[in-house]
Design a binder for this molecule. Structure first.
Ligand code: HSE
Length: 411
């Protein structure tokens, strides 16, 4: 008996999965009691040289792959919503478990795929959609079932974090740092997705569904990338002990989910301060345990393959007698302690334009200041001065408030 796997796509992720199935065949067999074999790989370009065993079907035709006489698991390692969604629906309908690393597709269609998988008694693994090798999805799905999550913050785009680190540590230009991230296989096929925050946005939506059973209205989520962060700003912030990080955040305020995707400044006291290079990190604030921080490699061939391989075991061992819990069914805690709201670094207006409405804490340069004020005031100023850029400053002292008020969120 063998478990037959098909891999859709043979780029960085697909190849990493293929090689890891081979390098870890003994571990997989010991865990599953069966050999795991790659039966087919879906590719785009037949001419390209690939190091794939000759007994594996290599095809550009999905129909040929899905009609194999035995197929148990389909791994989606392609980019974009289409045709991945369509392929995975067909795989589920055929009775295959599916595993995906495709965040854009899963942010758009995860709910439908999980529902379809429930109908067909198969499982969906999507660990690799968020934060590369960090097991955040299974931590939320399996290990924090009773805890009520109040807020999640994360550095979830390895490319952006890599660029910001290179710019600060090695004084690289934005363009050179991005090029390096591309060469190392961290960046998306279209790196706009990384540097403008789209990739992080999709990951945030997947996290939100898992942690809160729901997601905010996409159009209400602020999405800002890292392209406005100059070397001068990085240096000014560094002198005062702050580091720029691109951070996603999701929390309940009242009964609304509030999400944001943007560059922020991190103080030394915050666990994200030392998250450098392609590393990702997540802070999960929940009511019993408090804050948990998970940190690890956020992109690249083997970190992503690690998430897929662990999912391979998860989907193979899932208990299909009961309806799969698609997303969170635990209560979520509304938290009113928006950690972003007190201190800000702002840039792009003069001291006279700043005062008197915004109290100044520190002047970093002619047009760069640390201020203490509310988000509303910052937004009001930003409306008045289009040149203004603003970055909240996060510290590590955040805890839960509002523990008493709990609102049920269910799927
Ligand atoms: N381009 C993504 C990143 C790959 O840099 O995080 C991993 O999802």
């Amino acid at each position: 008996m063998t478990v037959k796997v098909a891999i859709l796509g043979f780029g960085t992720v697909g190849e990493g999965v293929y090689r890891t199935i081979q390098s870890h065949e003994r571990e997989l067999e010991a865990l599953l009691g069966k050999k795991v074999e790659v039966a087919a790989v879906l590719i785009q370009n037949k001419q390209k040289e690939r190091n794939i065993a000759k007994e594996v079907l290599i095809t550009t035709d999905f129909n040929e792959l899905i009609n194999l006489s035995q197929l148990d698991i389909v791994v989606d390692a392609i980019v974009g919503k289409d045709p991945a969604f369509n392929y995975l629906k067909q795989a589920i309908e055929r009775g295959c478990h599916i595993i995906t690393a495709n965040k854009e597709m899963f942010a758009h269609h995860g709910k439908e795929l999980l529902a379809l998988a429930g109908e067909h008694q198969v499982s969906v693994g999507f660990e690799a959609t968020v934060a590369g090798g960090i097991p955040i999805i299974q931590t939320l799905r399996q290990l924090l079932k009773v805890n009520r999550v109040g807020q999640i913050q994360g550095i979830v785009n390895g490319t952006s974090n890599f660029i910001l680190t290179e710019m600060r540590e090695k004084k690289q230009s934005f363009a050179d740092a991005l090029k390096l991230a591309q060469e190392r296989g961290f960046a998306e096929a279209d790196p706009t997705n990384d540097v403008e925050g789209f990739d992080a946005f999709y990951k945030l939506m997947v996290l939100s569904r898992v942690a809160f059973g729901n997601e905010p209205d996409w159009k209400d989520v602020e999405r800002v990338g890292i392209t406005s962060i100059t070397s001068e700003l990085i240096e000014a912030a560094d002198q005062f002990g702050f580091r720029f990080k691109h951070v996603v955040s999701i929390q309940k305020e009242g009964d609304k989910l509030i999400g944001s995707v943007r560059p922020v400044l991190i103080r030394k006291s915050h666990p994200f301060y030392h998250v450098e290079g392609v590393e990702n990190a997540l802070n999960v604030y929940s009511d019993i345990v408090g804050r948990i921080t998970l940190q690890g490699p956020g992109a690249g061939m083997f970190p992503t393959a690690s998430a897929v391989i662990e999912d391979l075991v998860y989907v193979s061992q899932s208990n299909h007698d009961k309806k799969l819990e698609a997303y969170s069914v635990t209560e979520a805690i509304p938290s009113s302690n928006g950690s972003f709201n007190d201190f800000w670094l702002i840039s792009g207006l003069s001291k006279t334009e700043l005062s008197p409405s915004i109290p100044l804490v520190e002047q970093l340069s002619d047009q760069t200041f640390i201020v203490e004020t509310t988000k509303e005031e910052i937004l009001r100023k930003a409306k008045e001065y289009s040149s203004l850029s603003y970055y909240p400053i996060l510290d590590g002292t955040q805890t839960f408030q509002n523990k008493k008020e709990c609102i049920t969120v269910s799927i």
